[in-house]
Write a new protein. Structure first.
Length: 84
C-alpha cells in the first residue's frame, strides 16, 4: 500500500498561528501544506485553484468569515461534481 500525501490549505488571519500550524504539520511526511490564506476571500480562491484535501479554516476572518467561506467552498465542490 502506498502512502498518500494529504494536501492542506491553512486559513487564519493570525500569522503566528499559521506559522505554528505549518511547523507542526510539516513534521508529518504524509501532510503537505499547499498554501496559506489570511482572509475568507483568499480561502475561497485558493480552495478553487488548488483543490486541497483538507482546509484548516478559522471562522473569524476578515473580508468573508470562515462560515461563509466554507459554504462557498462547499458550493464550488458541489458545482464541480455536477459537471463530472
Amino acid at each position: 500500500m502506498r502512502n498518500a500525501i494529504v494536501h492542506i490549505l491553512v486559513v487564519d488571519d493570525y500569522e503566528p498561528f499559521r506559522r505554528f500550524l505549518h511547523l507542526k504539520l510539516q513534521s508529518r511526511p504524509e501532510l503537505q501544506i499547499v498554501s496559506e490564506a489570511s482572509d475568507g476571500l483568499q480561502a475561497v480562491q485558493k480552495a478553487e485553484e488548488l483543490q486541497p484535501d483538507v482546509i484548516l479554516l478559522d471562522i473569524s476572518l476578515p473580508k468573508l468569515n470562515g462560515i461563509e467561506a466554507a459554504r462557498q467552498i462547499r458550493n464550488l465542490h458541489q458545482d464541480q461534481e455536477s459537471f463530472s
